[in-house]
Design a protein around this ligand. Structure first.
Ligand code: NOJ
Length: 758
């Protein structure tokens, strides 16, 4: 049965995928070369192509044992390793590649992978922050630079983009994706793939991308990393899969499966996900890499009794490459010889891996990405810093600005820059920072100092520390500081200043893998500091540096101005200063809601209506006793230094046919005193369906820049394709009936019109 399914998938894979041709993954000449190679390979050599080890550089799993590197090198020489992750740098990659190419029988080059998530050396804002730019071109540009730097350092392949929809900010990995929304998430997924891969994988400034984590990793119960996922096919198809499909359609070369189970089946062992949907329905021609040791983790999941059984289940289900479980190298050849795994399944997996290696040009020259001179030159390119600053400014979201406190006058006499993150040159780099130099970011203090004239006095006070103890990828951050000794100096600095900029939020290593939290408020003594500083000086701007939405509590009610700057990358300090002093008018919009309380999570604006949406007098309805249902700041929210007025939206027709299209227009006016950019958002509601539909779904957005007093009509076009979803009949299609359309500057404050689909 599995073999039949698998043959179907192979036949489809060559014909269907539109992106495949563009990326050069599948073409008759390459397939012939692969046939010739496969004909020469022993079963052990085939399995070798599916075996991936980590070099000791950066380990996200159990640390390598003493003999680990030596054993790995021996296997590389024997042609038993197809890929290494975490080897980086022109010299190191060249040496590693030499081991394979100069020693192994068939001289097949290895592919080197690395987590290049939001930059290689130059860091851009963490992905959640970048998504707040609502600017796919800027996001594509950032991935392009990351790829350029990584490729120059011998890296062939990034484990990005992470396209997991995340609606629970307790989950630490929310920082790695584009947030809560399917439409925005799909656009960002495709943009990142285009950025990393360009139009030609063999070019010296492109790398293969990897859509991860397939699938539903962001739906871990209670936001706890690696936890169980139990979602319906309905949610899988309508919410989880669309960004993956968008990545596939953009030609992504690889997928990574996920640690979680869904409905009792670990993704790594899911033929439904990997064979039926990805390689079958979507005709994906690239390969699937397991997540770190996820094949072996099917044993504790209770899905395989031992590593051999895990290897069998994983390969049959469509996991092509084994990252660090060492299950395939230990057992797969034996399983084939024993007739327990059809060799055709192995051949297909190897073919997929080889396609990517051919597309990267590694068979023409296995060392083409390992050029020390190019590495030096590319990593020193000053244009990369400028680009990072630009994306960081675009990502900043103005959450509150009472009384127009912002922007600040540059001529202000004394500015106090306070807080545990004010002078921090490391936290802006965020987690998953590849080869960033520790402490190399422009701090907020430095950014402000560089922006103001010599006549302005800039005073700095840390106030409290956020983290005590070790901070790195593996160490858990500690927030147990009890040291209040810095607070009086901070209060004094605030009291005597004309304006205060207070930098608080999260440490760089507070979000990311294994960084879930039950409490997403301010850690440590930060709120105590915020209260003390605000009491001393009401002209205080709170600058948040975070990798997730926080619950702001007292601060949201009492601080006059709040700016979400995320972990903004290498140039964060300059970018924030650009916004603080009005050199850049903020236009970022939240890609994930800021809840009022952690107890509201998971949450999304695109929720269902329920049978008791309320409020209705005399009836209990779906609500909390002690807090409203809605978030503090909803998806799509973000202010500007100017204001925008929206007209009522108009539809071009009351009714459209299945092949027709509808124009939705609204006039947006800049009703304030400064030029500004607004992200005009279009939402749709399908009122009745064969399955229930969300109360709102983003279906389009446009950025408009308007001078004071200027107005512009913005028009969106909707077709039946935009209204399609996974129906009760298991089809992706639009259903006839009544729809509402909404236009506004965020998902809550909208104006509506309606139409129907025949
Ligand atoms: C585990 C993570 O889940 C994945 O995202 C990452 O790419 C691998 N480790 C490799 O570092």
């Amino acid at each position: 049965m599995q073999v039949v399914r698998f043959v179907g998938a192979v036949a489809l894979s060559v014909a269907v995928l539109p992106g495949a041709g563009a990326q050069g993954l599948v073409n008759p000449a390459t397939e012939k070369k692969i046939d010739a190679l496969l004909a020469q390979m022993t079963i052990e050599e085939k399995v070798g192509q599916l075996n991936q080890y980590s070099s000791a550089f950066d380990v996200t799993g159990p640390p390598p044992s003493a003999g680990y590197q030596k054993a790995m090198y021996d296997q590389i020489r024997q042609g038993l390793v197809g890929s290494v992750l975490n080897v980086t740098g022109a010299e190191a990659t060249r040496k590693m590649q030499q081991l394979a190419v100069e020693n192994s029988r068939l001289k097949i080059p290895m592919i080197f992978g690395l987590d290049v998530i939001h930059g290689y050396r130059t860091q851009f804002p963490v992905p959640l922050g970048e998504a707040a730019s609502w600017d796919p071109a800027a996001i594509e540009g950032s991935a392009r630079i990351a790829a350029t730097e990584a490729a120059a350092a011998g890296v062939h392949w990034t484990f990005a983009p992470m396209v997991d929809i995340a609606r629970d900010a307790r989950w630490g990995r929310i920082m790695e994706g584009a947030g809560e929304d399917v439409y925005l998430g799909s656009l960002v997924a495709a943009a990142r793939v285009r950025g990393f891969q360009g139009t030609d994988l063999s070019a010296l400034d492109t790398i293969a991308a990897c859509a991860k984590h397939y699938a539903a990793y962001g739906f871990a119960e209670a936001g706890r990393d690696y936890n169980t996922v139990d979602i319906s096919e309905h949610t899988l198809r309508n919410v989880v899969l669309p960004p993956f499909k968008a990545a596939a359609e953009a030609g992504v070369a690889t997928f990574m499966n996920s640690f979680n189970e869904i409905g009792g089946i670990p993704s790594t062992g899911s033929a439904h996900l990997q064979r039926d949907i990805l390689k079958g329905e979507w005709g994906f021609p690239g390969f699937v890499v397991s997540d770190w040791a996820s094949i072996g983790e099917m044993i504790p999941h209770g899905f395989a009794e031992n590593l051999e059984a895990a290897a069998q289940k994983a390969i049959v289900a469509g996991s092509d490459m084994d990252m660090e479980a060492r299950a395939y190298v230990a057992h797969l050849a034996g399983l084939v010889k024993a007739g327990k795994v059809d060799v055709k399944i192995v051949d297909d997996a190897v073919r997929r891996v080889l396609r990517v290696k051919f597309a990267l040009g590694l068979f023409d020259d296995p060392y083409r990405y390992s050029d020390a001179a190019r590495e030096k030159q590319v990593l020193a390119d000053p244009g990369h810093a400028a680009a990072s600053r630009d994306v960081a400014r675009k990502s900043i979201v103005l959450l509150k600005n009472e009384g127009g406190l912002l922007p600040l006058e540059k001529g202000v006499k004394t500015i106090a820059v306070i807080g545990p993150l004010a002078a921090d040159k490391d936290t802006p780099l965020g987690n998953w920072r590849a080869q960033a130099v520790a402490g190399s970011a422009v701090s907020l203090l430095e950014g402000i100092q560089a922006a103001v004239p010599a006549s302005t006095r800039v005073v700095h006070a840390e106030g409290v520390k956020l983290v005590t103890g070790q901070r790195n990828f593996m160490a858990r951050s500690v927030f147990n500081t009890t040291d209040r000794s810095g607070i009086p100096a901070a209060v004094e600095a605030a009291r005597t200043a004309d304006a205060v900029v207070l930098a608080v939020g999260e440490d760089a290593f507070q979000t990311g893998e294994g960084r879930s939290q039950v409490d997403i408020g301010f850690k440590g003594l930060q709120e105590e500091l915020i209260r003390a500083v605000l009491e001393a000086n009401k002209r205080t701007i709170v600058v948040l540096m975070t990798g997730r939405p926080l619950t702001l509590g007292w601060t949201a009610d009492n601080a006059p101005a709040i700016l979400e700057a995320w972990h903004g990358g290498s140039q964060a300090g300059h970018a924030i200063a650009d916004v603080l002093f009005g050199d850049y008018n903020p236009s970022g919009k939240l890609p994930a809601a800021f809840p009022r309380h952690v107890g509201q999570l998971p949450m999304t604006y695109a929720h269902k209506n329920t049978g008791r949406p309320g409020p209705e007098p005399g009836v209990t309805w779906s609500s909390y006793n002690d807090m409203p249902n809605d978030p503090l700041y909803p998806f799509g929210f973000g202010l500007s230094y100017t204001t925008f007025a929206y007209s009522e939206p108009k539809v071009s027709a009351p009714e459209i046919g299945r092949d027709g299209s509808l124009r939705v227009s609204a006039t947006i006016a800049n009703s304030g005193k400064r030029a500004g950019t607004e992200v005009v958002q279009l939402y749709v509601r399908d009122l009745v369906g064969s399955v229930t539909r969300p109360v709102k779904e983003l279906k389009g957005f446009q950025k408009v820049t308007l001078a004071p007093g200027e107005s512009r009509e913005v028009t969106f076009t909707l077709t039946a394709k935009d209204l399609a979803f996974y129906t009760a009949a298991g089809k992706w299609e639009a259903e006839p009936g009544a729809f509402k359309v909404f236009v506004g500057g965020n998902s809550r404050d909208v104006k509506e019109a309606g139409f129907s689909l025949k």
